[in-house]
Design a protein around this ligand. Structure first.
Ligand code: HEM
Length: 409
């Protein structure tokens, strides 16, 4: 029986959220408990009060896919949040349908399956060069510096049409943008401004001299019909693609290699390269790249969800990481099963904001893993697991800062 708002929403004690889940790739144990006992849990955030944490896949999909839950309503609002500052908005993730589709349509062609297939040879070529570079450098090398970071950066720069040679500049700033609650608001704001000016400069150059790249395409869309994209939206979209296009995939590659090595699965994978596609889906499900945090949605009307009533105006946090371990969806979810056949994970989200870069990310991760398994079948960690340097504990995207690896042959 669904509890009334008065009974249910007041009777339950709010848990402090986010959970202190450290900075490694472990999943907070509270998720399993909540899925079993209280799939829509009252939680207290560091700023803006209390909201709801949603932990089972069915309800997470409702929050992500149902138009009664809004991202736009989180803009500039004093809603429960992990960061001191409210969501400034202006980006694609802060728009609701049908408005959202106006911006989304502009990038869907560039990241479509067909277009990413056109990029595959270039991705393979880059991976080949980087793996050859690792051989030349000799064992041991840092996988982050030699492959997992430069690969997605180079690809997204070439797609957008900005020089990959600038990566040392924007790598630092995009890491700050994804830094989460651990960094002062002014630093994140300064980093965002620096990336915005950088993109604005390139937009001016591309306007003067259009080329065959995504930035020129977006500029043309904006200049042909200003109702499709404002100038600020154009710049912000460029920054989002540049930052989201590499931080995520880079850490996903490093985390995947690390997990296969740490779980002693590298050698058996190297013997069966045909398993890479299925294995990558399982690694995406199993590794909590984004930690336990997720972007809140605001209920636009009262909604009954998982037995409680979420009131209009309340914030709801869809825990995609928890949904990826839902016992109702996945057989033996705590096991990393590289041959898992049925794997409807939510690593790329769900609904209107489903990651447009999913196909690109998959292609990069698969190509990188396949080449590393082929070239270095005896790869191993060059330092003990406990000595790996990690990104900040509060980072919105988790992964090792460096990943020293070694090989014999
Ligand atoms: C392993 C790599 C990646 C993962 C795990 C990932 C994950 C996600 C997730 C979970 C969302 C939805 C967030 C939400 O609804 O709250 C998302 C959205 C998005 N991602 Fe990715 N992503 C990855 C790679 C990429 C790449 C390569 C790009 C390059 C373009 C990209 C661009 C975006 C953008 C622009 C959005 C917002 C889409 C919208 O609001 O319509 N991502 N991503």
């Amino acid at each position: 029986m669904a509890t009334t708002p008065e009974q249910g929403n007041k009777a339950v004690r709010a848990l402090a959220y986010p959970f202190p889940d450290g900075h490694r790739l472990d999943v907070p144990p509270q998720f399993a408990e909540l899925r079993a006992k209280c799939p829509v849990q009252r939680v207290e955030l560091p700023y803006g009060g209390a909201g709801w944490l949603v932990t089972r896949q069915a309800e997470v999909k409702t929050v992500l896919g149902d138009s009664r839950f809004s991202r736009a309503a989180s803009v500039q609002a004093d809603i429960p949040r992990t960061q001191e500052w409210p969501n400034p908005g202006g980006d694609i993730l802060s728009l609701d349908p049908p408005e959202h589709a106006r911006v989304r349509r502009l990038i869907s062609g560039a990241f479509s399956r067909r277009n990413i297939e056109r990029w595959r040879p270039r991705i393979e070529e880059l991976v080949g060069e980087m793996v050859a570079g690792m051989r030349t450098a000799g064992s041991p090398v840092d996988l982050v510096d030699s492959l997992s970071m430069p690969l997605p950066i180079t690809v997204i720069c070439e797609m957008l049409g900005v020089p990959a040679a600038d990566q040392h500049f924007f790598r630092r700033f995009s890491e700050l943008v994804f830094s989460g609650a651990g960094v002062p608001a002014e630093d994140v704001e300064a980093a965002t401004d620096a990336l915005m000016s950088y993109l604005a400069e390139h937009i001016a150059r591309h306007r003067a001299e259009p080329r065959d790249d995504l930035l020129s395409e977006l500029i043309a869309a904006r200049d042909e019909d200003e109702s499709r994209l404002s100038e600020e939206e154009l710049v912000t979209l460029g920054v989002t693609i540049l930052a989201a296009g590499h931080e995520t995939t880079a850490n996903a590659i490093a985390n995947s290699v690390l997990t296969l090595l740490a779980e002693d699965l590298w050698t058996s994978m190297a013997r069966h390269p045909e398993r890479v596609g299925t294995a990558v889906e399982e690694l995406l499900r199993f590794i909590p790249l984004g930690g336990s945090e997720s972007l809140p949605r605001i209920a636009t009307e009262d909604v009954t969800l998982g037995g409680v009533t979420v009131r209009a105006g309340e914030a709801v946090f869809p825990a995609m990481v928890s949904a990826n371990f839902d016992e109702n969806v996945f057989a033996d979810p705590q096991t990393l099963d590289l041959d898992r056949a049925h794997n409807p994970h939510l690593a790329f989200g769900f609904g209107p904001h489903f990651c447009p870069g999913a196909q690109l990310a998959r292609t990069e991760i698969r190509t990188a893993l396949a080449a590393l398994l082929r070239e270095f079948p005896d790869l191993r960690l060059a330092v003990p697991l406990t000595e790996l340097p990690w990104r900040e504990a509060t980072a919105l995207i988790r992964g090792p800062r460096h990943l020293p690896v070694a090989w014999h042959h």
